[in-house]
Design a protein around this ligand. Structure first.
Ligand code: NAP
Length: 307
């Protein structure tokens, strides 16, 4: 069992910023991450709304954040967190590797892509169904048609990105207006390679070995069409990665952790930061801000409770 002041769960922008602030506060912190540093940022092609960078690739930004935290002495552990249990004044973080005994915990696990849940989606995952255009877009060089599902920032941004490869990108959205930021919508509507299918949902994703088509239902008229395509990129929102903390900290009905403005949860010494908590704007900059606030108040909590 490793002992430290603060266990940080997740190495996305929230976790890495918390790590940076813990390091600079001279707290002994360990950041546990199950996958690569950066979280969703690591699979973002280009970031152009993080202050100080006109444009930077997602993986570069993630690497810079990780290096900066490392510079201030924060340890890293590659493992999946399985649960958190109390141990007197301490918290025990159980992981698939060495457990951690900490005075405070910052949960910065972010969110993962929500599934469509239609027939064919899971069978054809990795065989034409994808949740990451940056990872898989290049497979669709010169494809005749690639479908993107959703109407938020992710769907619109990634649809435009996919036009670098595919001859045509069809965005299918369930309403007649997009949720995405206006600047992203302008780029989408200005791109000759993009077609938008409004008021429509995917009934099924079809194909024997690889995706061959999608069945599209217009929810206004009820008409059903089959649209040939080589790939389907699903961007219908995110689900918070908070299952391991179920029953421990208070959450809303969708599994987002409830915090106060100091990022404190209802459990003393447990804080949450980033896309996994209830908040109004989920961006890299707000995740980073949450991480800084959580680390500051975790330090104060430790000072008050452990001296
Ligand atoms: P989102 O904003 O929640 O949008 C999800 C989209 O999917 C919505 O258009 C929604 O339709 C649609 N949808 C949801 N369930 C569906 C279903 N079952 N079938 C069909 N469509 C469905 O999710 P996101 O785009 O992944 O973004 C997540 C967060 O990251 C947001 O806060 C976003 O602002 C942020 N983000 C920011 C940037 C950036 O700043 N550049 C880039 C990416 C993401 P309705 O509109 O009808 O609800």
């Amino acid at each position: 069992m490793k002992e430290c002041d603060v266990a940080i769960i997740g190495a996305g922008p929230a976790g890495l910023t918390a790590a940076l602030y813990c390091g600079r506060a001279k707290l002994q912190a360990v950041c546990v991450e199950k996958s690569v540093n950066g979280g969703q940022v690591a699979s973002t092609e280009e970031v152009e709304n993080y202050p100080g960078f006109m444009a930077i690739s997602g993986p570069s930004l993630a690497e810079k954040m990780a290096k900066q935290a490392e510079k201030f002495g924060v340890g890293q552990q590659r493992a999946t967190v399985q649960g958190i249990t109390p141990d007197g004044r301490y918290w025990l973080v159980r992981t698939t590797s060495e457990g951690i005994k900490a005075k405070a915990v910052i949960i910065a696990t972010g969110a993962e892509p929500r599934l469509l849940g239609c027939p064919g989606e899971s069978d054809l995952r990795g065989r034409g169904v994808s949740y990451c255009a940056v990872c898989d877009g290049a497979f669709y060089e010169d494809a005749d048609n690639v479908v993107v599902v959703g109407g938020g920032d992710s769907a619109v941004e990634e649809a435009v990105f996919l036009t670098k490869f595919a001859r045509c990108v069809t965005l299918i959205h369930r309403r007649d207006s997009l949720r995405a930021a206006k600047i992203l919508q302008d780029r989408l509507f200005g791109n000759q390679r993009v077609k938008v299918v409004w008021n429509s949902v995917i009934g099924s994703i079809n194909g024997r070995d690889m995706v061959e088509s999608v069945t599209v239902r217009n929810i206004r008229t009820g008409s059903v069409d089959t649209l040939p395509c080589e790939g389907v990129f699903v961007y219908v929102g995110m689900t918070p990665q908070t299952g391991f903390a179920g029953g421990l900290v208070a959450m809303d009905d969708n599994g987002y952790i409830i915090t106060d403005e100091t990022m404190a949860t209802n459990m003393p010494g447990i804080f949450a930061a980033g896309d996994n908590r209830v908040k109004g704007l989920r961006q890299i900059v707000t995740a980073a801000a949450d991480g800084a606030v959580a680390a500051f108040f975790a330090a104060r909590y430790i000072e008050e409770h452990f001296g």
